[in-house]
Design a binder for this molecule. Sequence first.
Ligand code: HEM
Ligand code: HEM
Length: 186
Amino acid sequence: QAQGDAEAGKAKAATCVACHGNDGNSPTDMYPKIAGQHASYLEKQLVEFKAAATGGVGRANAIMAGMVMGLSEQDMADLAAYYASEAITPVATPEEVIEAGEALYRGGDLERGITACIACHSPRGEGLESAKFPRLSGQHPAYIKAQLQAFRSGERDNDPNGMMRDIAKKLTDADIEVLSQYVAGL
Ligand code: HEM
Ligand code: HEM
């Protein structure tokens, strides 16, 4: 695996700015924030966008496919190191989702077989670099919602061992609405 260099990554990020913003904090929620995300997770996603784009198993996305086609393993490691070194801007949680969001996030739901999100995404939604568990706090709620729906439908299927698929399958639309707003503000 290539060792990422944040300085080199910054120099390679010119084409990403149009969607992900100057520093990885995308100004509109049409695109995810990638600032402050773990390098290990970012690199995995880039590698998997390219794998899917070249006919292999990975993360299929028409827009990102075009972006990663020309990237080498070194480029992807450098870009991941660069975005990981930037800080993500915070998001506020609306008061009305805190109670239900916190209950599911921290406790899961034993009866419905939903594993608590906190087990992998950590108490403050910071994820875990060593395990490639992504940070959720600070992310756009609309993007989080879209990803939970994509895991649930199977459209996004690059989660190791179906970890997210198995959980998302058990989430209702109302759960997804609450969780996506709650975790963004953790
Ligand atoms: C998603 C990196 C350029 C649109 C992502 C993700 C990464 C990434 C790491 C996954 C985020 C996550 O899983 O949390 C990059 C890099 C770029 C680049 C390094 C430059 C080389 C662009 C551009 C666009 C774009 C120019 C718009 C034309 C998107 C969209 C998604 C995404 C729409 C979400 C895909 C989905 O819904 O699954 N990008 N990106 N990206 N990016 Fe980029
Ligand atoms: C990815 C939310 C529970 C492991 C994600 C993403 C979201 C999310 C929104 C996509 C992040 C992005 O694209 O930037 C949640 C919520 C949970 C939950 C709301 C509780 C209902 C868990 C649990 C685990 C887990 C319990 C571990 C067993 C992962 C992993 C990924 C991920 C490994 C990355 C998949 C990949 O490599 O592409 N989660 N999660 N999550 N989550 Fe969760």
